[in-house]
Design a protein around this ligand. Sequence first.
Ligand SMILES: O=C1O[C@H]([C@@H](O)CO)C(O)=C1O
Length: 588
Amino acid sequence: MGTTCGLTIDPIYRYVRALVICFILLPCIQLSLGAKTRHFKWEVEYKYWSPDCIENIVMAINGQFPGPTIRAKVGDTINVELTNKLSTEGVVIHWHGIRQMGTPWADGTASISQCAINPGETYNYRFKVDKPGTYFYHGHLGMQRSAGLYGSLIVDLAEGEKEPFYYDGELNLLLSDWWHKNTHDQEIGLFTNPFRWVGESQSLLINGRGQYNCSLAAKFSSNTSISQCKLRGTEQCAPKILHVLPKKTYRLRLASATSLASLNLAIGNHKMLVVEADGNYVQPFEVDDLDIYSGESYSVLLTTNQDPSNNYWLSIGVRGRLPQTPQGLTILNYKPNSASKLPISAPPITPVWNDYNHSKAFTNKILALMGTPKPPVNHDRRIILLNTQNKINGYTKWALNNVSLVLPPTPYLGSIKYGLKNAFDQKNPPENFDSINYDVTKPPVNPNSTYGNGVYMLGFNTTVDVILQNANALNANVSEIHPWHLHGHDFWVLGYGDGKFSADKDEKKLNLKNPPLRNSAIIFPYGWTALRFVADNPGVWAFHCHIEPHLHMGMGVVFAEGVDRLSTIPSEGLTCGLTGKMFSGQKN
Ligand SMILES: O=C1O[C@H]([C@@H](O)CO)C(O)=C1O
């Protein structure tokens, strides 16, 4: 480094370079591509709200529940200045489905990509949206998604680009589940011995709206104890009516932010054409109803080709768990009919909760649209993750290969970058389980497992296979659906199967021809799911069950790749734990 007049050249040069990049080059590049930076100032706070006609508290953004919808174009930069207005807890927001290429510190995962934002503090999420599609955002700390911290994020094609399908209009549905018990109470129950499970939700919400003490469809029900809702339409719990014109095609954007529920969505008398899954185009296929698991998103095309003198139901109902929650409902209003005109028959019946053949038939229809990138033919590494429900010192947990994840106080992104070896377990977590002796059809013989926070260090640009292996839970004859979500990447879903995965017999069944690219995939009860991805995005990435209480109980792992390639990580997100000490000059 040289000096001029006693000043080092390097800082001056860097300062000038930064000015040139920020104020001249970046705006020029953005202008030439028509891309924009979209600025948002958000404040997160608790607010009284009646999502299902019963007053409760929700996590609101700028006073809204659900949070504001972000709409951007491919190539745009999103800049959310998030201020934590909660009095006593931290907060983060994860941009679900956005891969954060080059900005892993904006992924919004507490303890992984950043420190939780303290009360009163502001964090700048700045990232590019590089792929069109239907996404959403949500809290990623404790049970803040269950508390209502979520909203939609929609990325349109860049100017001049065309979708591979046509539609006249668009409707956006963000689905969620809602409990009357507050999330602090839920959370403490999960960490109590004896265990107190959160139970099934009281309501299902469509765009943050449901009806608990009445039903829009009571008059069609044989249950006389439930009354017909009398809503003016201005209530927080009044359904968001879907206004359409006859003989048109609409794109319904669906995303599930549920904390627990797997849902089935149907529209009375209408078929739907599935065209997008998790921000990737799929080979279009027609369905009467669609399963959507927590963390998934879809676009379906709906043609309003039914009797225009009627309105129709849109319903969501619980799948995969014995439902104790009434269907969520709203109305597809064929204009110019009045929106308050009820459909002439009962809402669609949700398929029986444990009809897994129905779910599998739907899931197996999801294949990549031609032109979607294909997976590498071979993998460099295969990690097999056995999903089990366990006990640790009497506490009920979930574990992967017998390790139940407890996140460390220092975000991995910082501790890996700066080589802070005391920040987390340096041992590689187990790559496999004893697949010869473990009977996935029975409760674990030895249910005890251990806490851990080790990281799967992935070779940069290597091809990684993950086989998710489901098993029996602690109680006999119980195996649950788990929807798994990967941060920082899309993966190819190579296949699903029943029983224990066997490389000999199942390998040849994997689909390398047109597997869908997604960021979420489920494991069916007693089954396995095979995924493949390329570890090409420098950062530290969570991979976990998207059922929020399950993640909180340890059902996740952490992947890291290419962290050494990141030249700088903004210190703004690393002011806690050992990185916090490091930045304040203390010894760790
Ligand atoms: O994690 C869970 O715990 C309960 C049950 O297994 C024990 O109460 C349940 O249904 C889960 O999904």
